[in-house]
Write a protein of this length. Structure first.
Length: 347
C-alpha cells in the first residue's frame, strides 16, 4: 500500500510539472508574435476579458483578445486531443508508429471536411456543423475500411499491416482530394491551405467545440486506460484477465475517430502530433496509460503551441501553415522510431 501511494504521488508530481510547463508555454505563445505583448499588459487584458470586458480599448488588446488568444487556446486543445488519440492508438495496436496520420484516419477526416467545404454541405442554424460531422463520419468510416482491408490481407491483423494499409489509403485519399480540387477551382486556395493545417482565424466558438470534444471523447478514451494497459501483454492475455477486447477496440476507435474528426474540421490536417508527443512522454512517464494519456494531453498542447509559435515567427510577417512545422519534425522522428524499432538488438 505504501508503494502504491508513492507511485500515485509520483504520478501527480509528473502531471503537475507538465501542467506548469504547459501554462508557461501558453503565456509565452500569447505574448510573443508580430506584436510583442508585455506580460503585465497581457495578464491585464486576460483579466478584463474574464471579467466580461467587451470592447477593445487598444490595438494591443484587440490583437491579443480577438486574434491571438483564441488561436492559442484552439492550438492547445487540438494538440492535447491529437496527442491523446495517438497515445491511445499506440496502446491499442501495440506499436509506437500508430497515429491518426500514419493510420490514414486524419486523411479520411480531411476528405470528409473537404467534401463539405467544396460542395457547401451545411446544417441549417449550426455553424460549421456540416464540416465537423462530415469529418467525424469520414474518419470513422476510413478507420473501419482500413481495418477491414488489413484483416483481409492478414487475419492476425498485425500492426505493420494496418500501418501499411493506412499509408496506402492516405495516398488514395490524396488522389480523391486532388480530383475534388479540380472540380472546385474557385476554392483551390482555401482547400490547399487548409490541407496543410492552420488554426489562424480560430474563434472562441471553435475553442468551445474543441473543449467539449476533448472533455467528452478524451474522457472516454482515458477511462479505458486500464484496458489499454492489458493490451500490452497481447489481446489473448487481455481476454484471459477479463477484458472485453472487441468492446474496448470499438469504444477507443469510435471516440478517437470522433475527436480527430473535430480537430481536422477546425484546424485542417495537422500531422504527426499524435506520433511525436506520446513517444516522448512515454520516455518520462512509462507505458502505464493512467499516467501516459493525461500527460500526453499536456505534452501535446505544449508541443503544438510551440510549433504554432514557430510557424508564426520563422517567416514573420508571413506565416507558415502549422502542419508544415509538425510534419517536418514528425517525419524526422518517424524515421528514427522506425529505424530503432526495426534495428536488431545486440547482446
Amino acid at each position: 500500500m505504501k508503494v502504491k501511494r508513492t507511485r500515485e504521488g509520483f504520478s501527480l508530481w509528473i502531471l503537475l510539472i507538465f501542467a506548469l510547463i504547459t501554462i508557461a508555454v501558453f503565456v509565452l505563445c500569447v505574448a510573443v508574435g508580430s506584436v510583442q505583448v508585455p506580460l503585465s499588459e497581457m495578464l491585464k487584458i486576460i483579466s478584463r476579458f474574464a471579467g466580461g470586458f467587451k470592447t477593445a480599448e487598444s490595438e494591443v488588446y484587440s490583437n491579443v483578445l480577438a486574434v491571438r488568444l483564441p488561436r492559442v487556446i484552439c492550438v492547445a486543445l487540438t494538440g492535447a486531443a491529437l496527442s491523446v488519440c495517438g497515445g491511445a492508438m499506440q496502446g491499442l495496436l501495440r506499436n509506437p508508429l500508430a497515429d491518426g496520420s500514419t493510420l490514414g484516419v486524419s486523411s479520411g477526416a480531411s476528405l470528409g471536411a473537404i467534401i463539405a467545404i467544396a460542395f457547401g454541405i451545411t446544417i441549417p442554424g449550426i455553424p460549421f456543423a456540416g464540416t465537423v460531422i462530415m469529418a467525424m463520419l469520414s474518419a470513422f468510416i476510413s478507420l473501419m475500411l482500413i481495418l477491414t482491408l488489413a484483416y483481409r490481407l492478414d487475419y492476425s491483423l498485425s500492426t505493420n499491416t494496418i500501418i501499411l494499409v493506412g499509408v496506402i489509403y492516405s495516398m488514395f485519399v490524396s488522389s480523391i482530394i486532388a480530383f475534388i480540387i479540380t472540380l472546385v477551382a474557385d476554392k483551390v486556395r482555401q482547400i490547399t491551405f487548409w490541407t496543410m493545417g492552420s488554426l489562424s482565424g480560430s474563434s472562441f466558438s471553435d475553442a468551445l467545440v474543441l473543449a467539449a470534444a476533448l472533455v467528452i471523447c478524451g474522457g472516454v478514451i482515458v477511462s479505458q486506460s486500464r484496458e489499454l494497459n492489458a493490451f500490452a501483454v497481447g489481446e489473448d492475455n487481455a481476454r484471459h484477465i477479463g477484458v472485453n477486447v472487441e468492446r474496448v477496440k470499438l469504444i477507443v476507435m469510435i471516440f478517437v475517430s470522433a475527436l480527430i474528426g473535430v480537430c481536422v474540421s477546425i484546424g485542417g490536417a495537422i500531422g504527426f502530433v499524435g506520433l511525436v508527443t506520446p513517444h516522448m512522454i512515454r520516455m518520462i512517464t512509462g507505458p502505464n496509460h493512467k499516467r501516459l494519456l493525461p500527460a500526453c494531453a499536456f505534452g501535446g498542447a505544449a508541443f503544438l503551441m510551440l510549433a504554432d509559435l514557430a510557424a508564426r515567427i520563422i517567416l514573420n510577417p508571413r506565416e507558415l501553415p502549422i502542419g508544415v512545422v509538425t510534419s517536418f519534425i514528425g517525419a524526422l522522428l518517424f524515421i528514427y522510431i522506425f529505424y530503432s524499432t526495426r534495428r536488431p538488438s545486440h547482446a
